[in-house]
Design a protein around this ligand. Structure first.
Ligand SMILES: [Zn+2]
Length: 302
């Protein structure tokens, strides 16, 4: 990933080098970090484990964000986009995709300790049905290859396969999703926002416009009913332009009453970018705290 050794980065972080360099930097836009779940430790066997950072690694990231950058909330950002007070230099927005329960149990106490706002993009069907997200269920039953094969099946076939693999999960399951009452409670945490991620984590590009609209509108309505808050932000499942969502999907999201949406393109989110395809930086388990500091100070910044 980087030509720079981990030991060197650790030394640079410890010596305050990154902090000194970054105190002079202004990011070209907001660094929106895309997390998924948080794992209690590295030992746990989890489907798509690299997407679940350990609690210890997440705490390290939060320390870097608090020390070297300026964490902002979606409300701060929205205000700035609408012509209000500008964001501070080196603004970072922490986001979580999918709606794992570990956001509440493991991430939230750490976020609060460092005073870092966050957004959680949530699929409402698994939350309502108390089941695993479809790809976690399929991975457990048939392995990761089966997920990849299923992912891009035409919508009706995908839907049938998903129905056939529904797997209930109790709250103690490390990959359990948030319950509706917990989503409601999270929406009431200051500086914590709830966003949409489709009802069932469908690949929008494989669905008809009507099927896409249903997935998007049903998800928004469920989240708004549970939280009593308007849900105005969306992240496209998987999020690769063309492959996972299309210009048609963007039009549907805009028409459904959202104010902005995130893709999985990589980069800083700036005011000049299309507001319904804002980029993010994907956060993986392998990214250590010194690694994050190095990326923020150098590799991403370039
Ligand atoms: Zn997702």
């Amino acid at each position: 990933m980087s030509v720079f050794g981990e030991t060197a980065k650790l030394a640079l972080l410890g010596s305050g080098y990154y902090a000194r360099r970054m105190s002079r930097l202004t990011f070209p836009g907001v660094a929106v970090l895309c997390y998924h779940g948080v794992a209690p430790g590295a030992g746990e066997r989890m489907a798509f484990g690299p997407l679940h950072v350990t609690a210890a690694a997440f705490e390290g990231h939060c320390r870097v964000i608090r020390k070297l950058c300026n964490p902002v909330s979606f409300a701060d950002w929205q205000t700035a986009m609408d012509g209000g007070p500008p964001l501070p230099p080196r603004a970072v927005l922490v986001t979580f995709d999918d709606g794992y329960r570990s956001i509440l149990t493991l991430a939230k106490p750490i976020l609060e300790r460092y005073g870092i706002p966050a957004v959680a993009f949530i699929c409402s069907d698994p939350a309502e049905q108390r089941v695993l997200l479809w790809y976690d269920a399929v991975e457990r039953l048939r392995g990761e290859d089966a997920v990849e094969q299923m992912k891009y099946a035409p919508f009706p076939e995908w839907r049938r396969l998903v129905q056939g693999t529904l797997t209930t999960a109790d709250d103690a399951d490390p990959q359990a999703v948030l319950r509706p009452d917990e989503i409601r409670a999270l929406a009431r945490v200051p500086d914590f926002a709830i966003g949409a991620h489709t009802a069932s984590h469908v690949i929008l590009a494989r669905a008809t416009p009507e099927e896409q609209r249903t997935e998007i509108v049903r998800n928004k309505a469920a989240l708004e009913a549970w939280t009593d808050r308007p849900v105005t932000l969306l992240a496209y499942p998987n999020g690769r332009p063309g492959t996972d969502y299309t210009p048609e999907s963007v039009d549907i999201v805009r028409a459904a009453g959202f104010t902005a949406a995130f893709s999985m393109r990589t980069g800083f989110a700036t005011a000049s970018q299309p507001r319904f395809e804002l980029p993010r930086f994907l956060m993986l388990r392998a990214i250590t705290a010194p690694d994050l500091a190095h990326r923020l100070a150098y590799s991403w910044y370039r």
